[in-house]
Ligand binder design. Structure first.
Ligand SMILES: *[C@@H]1O[C@H](CO)[C@@H](O)[C@H](O)[C@H]1NC(C)=O
Ligand SMILES: *[C@@H]1O[C@H](CO)[C@@H](O)[C@H](O)[C@H]1NC(C)=O
Ligand SMILES: *[C@@H]1O[C@H](CO)[C@@H](O)[C@H](O)[C@H]1NC(C)=O
Ligand SMILES: *[C@@H]1O[C@H](CO)[C@@H](O)[C@H](O)[C@H]1NC(C)=O
Ligand SMILES: *[C@@H]1O[C@H](CO)[C@@H](O)[C@H](O)[C@H]1NC(C)=O
Ligand SMILES: *[C@@H]1O[C@H](CO)[C@@H](O)[C@H](O)[C@H]1NC(C)=O
Ligand SMILES: *[C@@H]1O[C@H](CO)[C@@H](O)[C@H](O)[C@H]1NC(C)=O
Ligand SMILES: *[C@@H]1O[C@H](CO)[C@@H](O)[C@H](O)[C@H]1NC(C)=O
Ligand SMILES: *[C@@H]1O[C@H](CO)[C@@H](O)[C@H](O)[C@H]1NC(C)=O
Ligand SMILES: *[C@@H]1O[C@H](CO)[C@@H](O)[C@H](O)[C@H]1NC(C)=O
Length: 637
């Protein structure tokens, strides 16, 4: 009964749980996954009770997470005959259908039906009822009481539909969702990141279905639809309150100091236009001191809460070298390649504790950054990074990587996006920026990873970088992380295994030489592996058979730590001698057939010698600080 928890957490006046009907569907139980984590069997059937959208909270809400019913469908045509009542199998929502936690653990779940029912609490005071999905992979058609309420495309993005006009006056409402997730089946070339229908080594099990939270909330007819708040080191706040309906409603924005619970600024303005105001003597946000301020926005009867952090990301020359600047200073950014895969949940960790465990491990070792690799996480993840002080390189989920396909006439061609697929990639890139730019922890957007889906007959990264900068002028853009670098964006980003080549006067063919007109970073290095006993491995023979594709295997944990020490030492030299401004170690955890994580895939083995890694990482920051020219004008270029 998680709603009582929500009541306690959010001070909600009243909410009711979803009634569970007697069902003839196959009962829900966790399906034993090829590998468990410490949280697999503690997740339970009321998952993710936390408020799912911390960047825009409203008080009257009801979670629809829990047990729904599901059935497989065989084609897109299935959408023309809606099933009624309970479907064949109970399923846990949110989850990936391929995960053990879903209770399905399906394969080729390309077409799916999901059903539940809900009541709208009679105590709700708003005029409208909004239905929210935090993410459905890949396309969702939402039917409320048999009527098509909306369609959404894009597996990583939230959508909201005003369902008021589809509701029954009183009594239960039937919610039915048809999902189509082609992943990398032909002819689809869509943003999928590391998902594939045919997992092998660096490509993993896909995620299909309603994999993030679902909830309804109550709002007045004229309500806040989006908050865009950017706060700089000078105390300036730029805020746009987007609203439904009235384009010129009055809004009030209040900023509160979290520590003292005192109001530090109140601004009155209008909706749908940017307003600017200042807060005096702000405590800045940084990895060492992740201070956040609470925000309350009032628009008529709609009151929403949010938060922000005051910090400025810029790029500037420090002693002749292009550097990323945080609050006017060069801070060496050292992180991991962070895939966000779980053996029991695939794309969604079993619970928040599991999610935060990875972040706490990185923080403990001394990392101040991570590269969220070609995946977008639930909003709670970004909130945790904001609160813990972790800088983020946020990748756009890449298009189906450049595989080859054989045509009917036996011609072999490389799979690349056609014009329409490229346009859809650009549209979803815009969704990424618009939906995630709230979070202060994100410092850099990454457009392409290692050329995957990147056309090279023209250079789309230039126009895409311009668009990203237009939508978000407050952050840096890493246009091409690895491989086809034609000079776009703020970074000269090399990938090289196992040893780094970061801002250095040496490089390997297949990458580009360091370009001193941009910031030199090592977008990926490390990747050294150490095999584990079977109880810590993803126990799928096809995956185990690919472990020998690891760049380097160290046969003992001592050897692995020795090699780690040497590789971090090489990076340290490059910070001292050359123009290295940041590095990304592959990777946070093992994933399926990859055994090169700091943590094993089940999170039960931590490979690093903690003291040694802490010292080696601290040396990187110290070496960079020694090169930080304090006379640099704040804000940079
Ligand atoms: C769903 O149906 C497809 C074909 O219609 C089939 O290939 C697949 O195995 C089914 N998946 C599940 C989980 O039933
Ligand atoms: C469940 O029972 C209902 C009503 O008896 C029936 O219409 C439906 O087909 C049944 N569903 C399954 C999956 O057996
Ligand atoms: C459902 O409505 C959307 C518009 O909101 C439309 O694009 C889609 O084609 C409709 N789907 C069906 C099956 O009617
Ligand atoms: C606010 O907007 C102004 C004008 O566009 C810009 O110069 C400033 O950098 C912005 N501040 C933040 C914190 O985004
Ligand atoms: C829109 O908002 C303005 C300012 O708050 C108010 O004067 C006006 O009556 C509102 N219009 C509608 C149609 O709600
Ligand atoms: C903060 O102050 C407001 C009134 O200014 C009060 O309603 C609220 O309960 C306080 N919150 C905390 C956590 O003390
Ligand atoms: C094979 O088919 C493709 C697609 O129809 C076509 O573009 C290509 O020219 C064909 N190749 C040969 C050798 O016929
Ligand atoms: C890794 O270890 C597993 C057993 O834990 C073994 O089956 C596999 O062959 C090993 N692979 C390599 C490349 O060492
Ligand atoms: C890796 O192991 C697989 C399965 O044992 C084997 O088929 C393959 O030849 C090996 N590859 C290398 C490079 O050793
Ligand atoms: C810092 O930079 C300024 C201007 O680039 C230069 O004149 C000065 O010598 C530098 N100071 C140090 C300590 O390197």
């Amino acid at each position: 009964m998680h709603h009582s928890l929500l009541l306690a957490l959010c001070g909600i006046a009243s909410a009711f749980s979803v009634p569970r009907q007697a069902s003839n569907s196959t009962k829900y139980a966790v399906k034993t996954p090829p590998l468990t984590t410490p949280w697999t069997y503690t997740a339970g059937t009321d998952p993710w009770p936390e408020y799912p959208r911390p960047q825009l909270q409203r008080s009257q809400l009801q979670s629809l997470n829990g047990i729904w019913t599901y059935q497989n469908a065989s084609s897109l045509d299935a959408i023309n005959s809606l099933p009624s009542g309970q479907l064949a199998n109970e399923v846990l929502i949110p989850s990936c259908l391929e995960s053990g936690l879903s209770g399905i653990q399906g394969e080729y779940t390309i077409y799916s039906w999901f059903a539940t029912s809900f009541d709208v609490p009679s105590t709700w005071t708003g005029d409208r009822v909004l239905l929210n999905f935090a993410a459905v992979d890949y396309e969702a058609t939402v039917f409320v009481n048999g009527r098509n309420a909306t369609f959404h495309r894009g597996g990583y993005f939230a959508f909201t539909v005003d369902v008021t006009d589809y509701l029954n006056g009183n009594g239960q409402n039937e919610l039915l969702v048809f999902v189509h997730d082609p992943t990398d089946s032909d002819p689809y070339v869509i943003p999928i990141g590391k998902q594939t229908l045919r997992p092998s080594h660096i490509f993993y099990t896909p995620c299909s279905g309603i994999w993030q939270s679902v909830w309804i909330e109550s709002a007045p007819a004229s309500h806040v639809t989006q908050l865009d708040i950017a706060a700089g080191m000078d105390g300036q706040v730029n805020a746009t309150v987007s609203s439904s309906g009235n384009s010129s409603a009055q809004v009030q924005i209040t900023v509160t100091d979290r520590k003292t619970n005192t109001t530090v600024a109140t601004h009155n303005g209008a909706s749908n236009v940017e307003c600017t105001f200042s807060v005096q003597d702000v405590s800045l946000w940084s990895p060492d001191s992740p201070t956040l301020y609470d925000i309350t926005v009032t628009l008529g009867d709609d009151v929403v809460t949010s938060y922000t952090g005051f910090r400025t990301i810029a790029r500037g020359e420090v002693d002749g070298i292009e550097r990323p600047l945080l609050n006017g200073e060069f801070v060496f950014q050292f992180g991991t390649l962070d895939q966000g895969f779980w053996p029991d949940g695939i794309y969604l960790p079993p619970n928040k504790e599991a999610m935060v465990y990875d972040l706490q491990t990185l923080k403990k070792l001394g990392f101040n950054m991570l590269r969220k690799h070609i995946k977008v996480e639930p909003a709670l993840y970004y909130q945790a990074c904001d609160e813990m002080g972790i800088l983020l390189f946020q990748d756009m989920p890449s298009l189906r990587p450049s595989q080859q396909r054989t045509l009917d006439n036996c011609t072999v061609e490389t799979v690349l996006p056609d014009a329409a697929q490229q346009d859809e990639f650009a549209r979803q890139l815009e969704l990424l920026i618009v939906q995630q730019r709230h979070f202060p922890s994100i410092v850099t957007w990454v457009v392409y990873n290692e050329g995957w889906g990147q056309l090279v007959d023209y250079y789309p990264e230039f126009a895409l970088t311009d668009r990203v900068k237009q939508l978000d002028p407050t952050r840096l853009v890493d246009s091409t992380s690895g491989w086809y670098d034609h000079g776009a964006g703020d970074f000269s980003d090399n990938h090289h295994y196992a040893n780094p080549q970061c801002g250095s006067p040496f490089y390997s063919i297949a990458s580009a030489p360091y370009d001193p007109s941009r910031i030199g970073v090592q977008g990926e290095f490390g990747g050294i592996g150490q095999n584990l006993s079977i109880e810590h491995l993803w126990n799928v023979q096809g995956a185990i058979d690919t472990i020998n594709q690891t760049y380097e295997i160290d046969t003992t944990i001592e050897a692995w730590n020795y090699r780690g020490h040497r590789l971090l030492g090489e990076l340290l030299d490059q910070v001292k001698m050359y123009s290295c401004s940041g590095g990304i170690w592959t990777q946070t955890t093992d994933v399926e057939g990859e055994v090169n994580g700091l943590l094993s895939y089940d999170r039960r083995v931590l490979r690093p010698d903690v003291g040694q890694w802490q010292a080696d990482i601290q040396n990187l920051y110290d070496a960079a600080a020694a090169r930080n020219n304090a006379s640099m004008p704040a804000g940079g270029g």
